[in-house]
Design a protein around this ligand. Structure first.
Ligand code: C2O
Length: 362
């Protein structure tokens, strides 16, 4: 994977209506003239425990809101700014790589980071730095992201904290204007959303969602390749979203949530969540991806034979470059993303039922 600083170009392909794009196509990261350092694992004792967004304490929600507010207050060209963080996704999806329009309603397909086995590790690292940056902004070394726990009935609605436009008379930093309003009001996500509303009772939607999680983690995710996605290297012909080299969660619940939150047809390119170039502008993106990342953990915790990470060097040694919480450019490898103990974050789970979808075999 090319370096973010040397090879990045303006976002170009995969955006149907460039003229009307509501977000900038200039997605390259700020260049601070820094040399790339090797990544060092965090040395702190505390493990950042990511919490279910629907169940946060007032303190957790207030801290999260304060951190996003501080991030939004930074100048756009700061590597920690809300806009710079959003652009990471755009740059990795659109920065100088071949693109293909899948024709499937989620048209901005990147052949490097998405639709292949780079999907899980890339997004794990993206959130890893994002979380540490937010913590630094509010001076809290224990700061942990919320996750949108769409695999549990109570967690399926979009969390209340994202919804109001203002809070105590101030703009809500977690609000994003480019969301599909009717979905946000109705609030129970459709994990199998294909662009059409199903118009089914909540109870049925909940059962469907549990089946979808079962499908993505068990039935369609039975081995390394079907869960992570296939080997994919630059120069291969482009793949569509239903290509077998796309992992089960990525092509399933992951993409469904993007499309369900994004405003299609209200915005020209399904902004924000419905298009890769703009998805990072919605705070919900990171909360959704925290749960996607958690699916990797749960998939392993199922303890089913075959539920293991890729172990060939093409995967282990693939790398990305990010600005860390100290504004240093660091190179990180897939192989270092595997062990959560080393990365000092984890997910709060229910003590009673970690897999409410376990019996929801479709
Ligand atoms: Cu990088 Cu949810 O996509």
């Amino acid at each position: 994977v090319p370096d973010i600083t040397s090879t990045c170009k303006d976002a170009s392909a995969g955006i149907r209506n460039k003229e009307d794009a509501v977000r900038t196509l200039k997605c390259c990261p700020p260049s601070l003239g820094k040399t790339i350092k090797p990544f060092v694992f965090p040395t702190e004792e505390t493990v950042r425990m990511r919490w279910p967004a629907h169940n946060g304490t007032k303190e957790q929600v207030d801290k999260y809101r304060a951190a996003i507010k501080a991030m939004r207050a930074l100048p756009d060209d700061h590597p920690h700014s809300f806009v710079s963080q959003a652009k990471i996704h755009c740059a990795y999806c659109n920065g100088g790589y071949s693109q293909v329009d899948s024709g499937a309603g989620f048209p901005n397909i990147d052949i490097q980071i998405h639709n292949s086995w780079l999907f899980y590790p890339f997004h794990r690292w993206y959130l890893y730095f994002y979380e540490r940056i937010l913590g630094k902004l509010i001076n809290d070394p224990t700061f942990a992201l919320p996750f949108w726990k769409w695999d549990e009935p109570d967690g399926m609605p979009i969390a209340e904290m994202f919804v109001p436009e203002t809070i105590d008379g101030q703009p809500n930093p977690l609000y994003d204007v480019y969301r599909k309003a009717t979905h946000i009001e109705k609030r129970i996500v459709d994990l199998d959303y294909d662009g059409k509303d199903k118009d089914i009772p909540d109870k049925t939607q909940i059962d469907c969602n549990l089946s979808t999680v079962y499908r993505d983690l068990v039935r369609n995710g039975g081995d390394t390749t079907s869960f992570f996605g296939g080997d994919y290297v630059a120069g291969d012909s482009p793949v569509a979203n239903n290509d077998p080299s796309v992992g089960s969660v990525e092509s399933g619940s992951h993409t469904a949530v993007h499309r369900w939150v994004g405003d299609t047809p209200g915005q020209p390119n399904g902004e924000d969540m419905g298009n890769f170039y703009s998805a990072g502008y919605d705070p919900v993106f990171y909360v959704h991806h925290a749960n996607v990342d958690r699916m990797w953990k749960l998939w392993k915790d199922l303890g089913i034979p075959g539920h293991v990470e890729p172990n060939c060097s093409g995967w282990l040694n693939a790398s990305y470059v990010f600005y860390d919480e100290n504004e240093d450019l660091v190179r990180v490898y897939n192989k270092d993303s595997v062990n959560l103990d080393n990365l000092k974050f984890n997910y709060i789970e229910n003590s009673t039922e970690a897999f409410p979808w376990r019996k929801s075999r479709p």
